[in-house]
Write a protein that binds this ligand. Sequence first.
Ligand code: NAD
Length: 488
Amino acid sequence: TMAHSKSLVVLENFIGGTFVPCSSYIDSYNPSTGDVYCRVPDSGKEEVEAAVKAAKAAFPIWSSKSPLERSQILNKLADLIEHDLEAFAQAESKDQGKTITFARTVDIPRAVYNFRFFASSILHHTTECTEMATMGCVHYTSRAPVGVAGLISPWNLPLYLLTWKVAPAIACGNTVVAKPSEMTSVTAWMMCKLLEKAGVPHGVVNVVFGTGAKAGEALVCHPDVPLISFTGSTLTAQRITEKSAPHCKRLSLELGGKNPAIIFDDADLTQCIPTTLRSSFANQGEICLCTSRIFVQRGVYSEFLSRFVAEAKKWRVGNPSDPTVDVGALISKEHLEKVRSYVKKAQGEGARVLCGEGVDSLTLPTGNQKGYFMLPTVIAEVKDESCCMQEEIFGPVTCVVAFDTEEEVIKRANSVKYGLAATVWSSNVGRVHRVAQRLQSGLVWTNCWLVRDLNLPFGGMKASGIGREGAKDSYEFFTEVKTITIKH
Ligand code: NAD
């Protein structure tokens, strides 16, 4: 009906500094109500072609600006997003299902900080120089932006992860074509509205909305896009690797995880339990860094388990816009079904579900009955070979198992295809270092979780990715180095 269509948010692509309507659209759902509330352009080759063309045209001017000029523009953009922080947070929560509290305190502040961080770090890079006196030569390296960067981001931390790519890409002098997840495109579109005011020249940031199969793949296959920065699933990364191979593209791949927490007998449980609850269930468990395998040493196993389950039951699930709610809605109906199916499989294999899905009842407010909600779920007595211990579930589900020795737990923690993040809990400094060294994981947090210094490398081993992001790492990814020799 007209009344219905009027209330829909309709997004447009942002190409060459202009909002452009698309010939077809995808429905986007509000995960907390199950209603379609937004229409996202269903872009394809044609739209990607136009965006790449605009980005290519903008490259000569943008890349020749000084780092300081670019830095000032990034800072301005950060200020503008921060000024609208509440509107961005509301939009992110509605679009993604995450709690308003999480969007307000994590997603949007981090998006702002991503711009400030790279606005600053871009000013502090130096390059190498070496002398070869016997040959009368000096060698030095110079770094230059690569060209049009293709940026593809997922739905779990929409603006946070998109800006973690846009900021370093443009700070380095590249121009970009970004493709956010078709399920969470609203905040990227809102950011486009601020670009002109921030002083970002037309064509420097282009955003093309649509599905991975159409818009994403058109970007990956475009001959004039020499680098692709991708965050998403391992399966999609394999496809992107194949599709980009004929062009020898530079790839940065930030993928899934099956992250262990290792809790030794001497761990401080008063710190460990609340942090491990957060690491398991924050953002509905939809963070690549979330813990989903908790190994607890035999001596504290039963105490840990009873305290952990008692606390998990206190997490409130409900309307994401209610600031007292801890767990919002999962991204989609399909995803909710998938996450639930893992709990069923575990039960079928004889594991014990101690709280949550299928065990406790969930009461939802009237307006949220059709939302994609699920209680934080703790499963015990799961076999290491079980799909629940091997595959990324990406929901509020965590498995708790017992172990005896350090040697044993390292082996078990490493026996998955992923290698993104791990946490180690122990008050023995020697053990903490030993275990951290031997874990196959790009990030190891000991006695804490998700404490980040954006300067340092972020990324995964094994099926969790290729490459690292961070001050120096992103700079290196988004620039091409050249070695120049001068004979005097
Ligand atoms: P996804 O791989 O399904 O989609 C990610 C993005 O890729 C989306 O924009 C999607 O439209 C696009 N895409 C899909 N198919 C494509 C194709 N053939 N060509 C080009 N683009 C394509 O992932 P998702 O479900 O959106 O996100 C969840 C996944 O992301 C989880 O596995 C999670 O662990 C991972 N993740 C990793 C990190 C990290 O930093 N390592 C951070 C967040 C999320």
